[in-house]
Design a protein around this ligand. Structure first.
Ligand SMILES: Cc1ncc(COP(=O)(O)O)c(C=O)c1O
Length: 230
């Protein structure tokens, strides 16, 4: 099995280029891998359409594509969806989750089905795109204004996250502690690594905070990094 978050990835915000998608599917074919495309951020695109999903490219043969209402409606509803080859979907529908644990919350599923069939989801996503796009722009502008030399960051075309790489000798763990003293909460990158982490990364989320909070937060982070760099 091959698990990927190819579009507006968590934690880095990066997107797998269109030209690299078919070669990955070719490899999956060659090694007979089932591909899981975790695609929960695709709808939150700020700069036109993201590259075609692996699921669509592959014609739904060996890719299972995951979607979630967590990123486009509310995390608390705890509901998502799965697209995939009929044989695999049938096996999942017949699995223990549905037969023995009662499956998903039917009340929530029916509320969301009504919400969607009334055409309310698309305009809501449209509003979210505009809000998150603005927040991303404010965060990118603030980073450019306040980061000391040597700090690098990604420029996501959608989703929630910017991935910051700190130059040595700055260490993410120390930066996170110092930021907390300044009442600023940032996530270190370490928990996102399967391999031993380099300790040089921070994940910044622009989704939840207002533009004004982003400006103040990035300015405060810049002050923490500058103090450490001295
Ligand atoms: C790539 C990715 N997939 C799935 C999820 C979680 O989705 P859900 O809340 O539907 O379990 C997240 C949330 O952080 C995520 O970043």
């Amino acid at each position: 099995m091959l698990y990927l978050i190819p579009t507006f990835q968590n934690p880095s915000g990066v997107t797998l280029a269109a030209g690299r998608r078919q070669p990955i599917l070719d490899l999956a074919e060659r090694y007979n891998l089932l591909v899981i495309e975790d695609d929960v951020y695709r709808d939150l695109a700020f700069e036109g359409r993201p590259p075609t999903s692996l699921f669509a490219l592959d014609g739904g043969r060996r890719v299972l594509r995951i979607g979630s209402f967590s990123k486009i409606l509310a995390p608390g509803v705890r509901l998502g969806w799965l697209m995939g080859p009929p044989g695999v979907i049938e096996r999942l529908v017949g699995s223990g989750l549905r037969c023995m644990s009662g499956g998903v919350n039917p009340l929530m599923a029916n509320i969301l089905a009504t919400y969607c069939t009334q055409g309310l989801l698309e305009p809501h996503i449209e509003r979210l795109r505009a809000i998150y796009h603005r927040r991303r722009d404010v965060m990118l502008e603030s980073l450019a204004a306040h980061m000391p030399p040597g700090v690098r960051w990604t420029r996501p075309g959608g989703g929630f996250f910017i991935w910051v790489t700190l130059p040595a000798p700055l260490r993410a763990a120390q930066v996170v502690d110092r930021a907390r003293e300044a009442n600023l909460w940032v996530l270190p990158g370490d928990p996102f690594f399967a391999e031993p982490p380099a300790g040089q990364h921070l994940r910044l989320a622009f989704s939840y905070v207002t533009p004004e909070q982003i400006r103040r937060g990035i300015e405060a982070l810049g002050a923490v990094l500058t103090a450490r760099a001295d």
